[in-house]
Write a protein that binds this ligand. Structure first.
Ligand SMILES: [Zn+2]
Length: 112
C-alpha cells in the first residue's frame, strides 16, 4: 500500500498517510490542525528515509539542489552533520530549534 506525504497548506507540517483503496485524496486531513488543503510532497529521493539515514547521506561539502530545503525535514541537517563531524555538542535546545524551523511559517513563528 502506498504511503503518501502531504504538506498542510495551513500549518505547513508534513504528514504521512497510508492511502487505502477506498479513501479519496480529498478526504485526507491534516493530523495537526485538521486542515484539508494538502499538497502532495513529491520527494522520491528522500522519501521514507529516517532522520539518521538523512544525516548519514548528507554531504556538507556538496551544494544541495535548489529544492532541497523545500522538504522541511532537511532543515537543520547541515548543522547537525557539521556538529557531528566536528565533535561539537549543539546542546539540548537544538532539536527544539530545528523542529521550530521545520514547522514555522513566518520568521515570527520561530520566536527564538
Ligand atoms: Zn495543518
Amino acid at each position: 500500500m502506498p504511503i503518501y506525504e502531504y504538506e498542510c497548506q495551513s500549518c505547513r507540517r508534513i504528514i504521512s498517510r497510508l492511502i487505502l483503496k477506498k479513501e479519496k485524496k480529498k478526504e485526507v486531513q491534516c493530523a495537526f490542525c485538521g486542515g484539508n488543503r494538502l499538497t502532495r510532497v513529491l520527494s522520491p529521493f528522500v522519501l521514507h528515509k529516517t532522520e539518521s539515514q538523512r544525516l548519514q547521506d548528507f554531504d556538507t561539502h556538496t551544494p544541495q539542489p535548489n529544492n532541497f530545503y523545500s522538504d522541511r525535514r532537511n532543515i537543520g541537517l547541515w548543522a547537525k552533520k557539521r556538529a557531528k563531524e566536528l565533535g561539537a555538542d549543539l546542546g539540548a535546545g537544538f532539536e527544539e530549534v530545528v523542529e521550530k524551523a521545520r514547522t514555522a511559517r513566518t520568521p515570527e513563528d520561530l520566536n527564538l
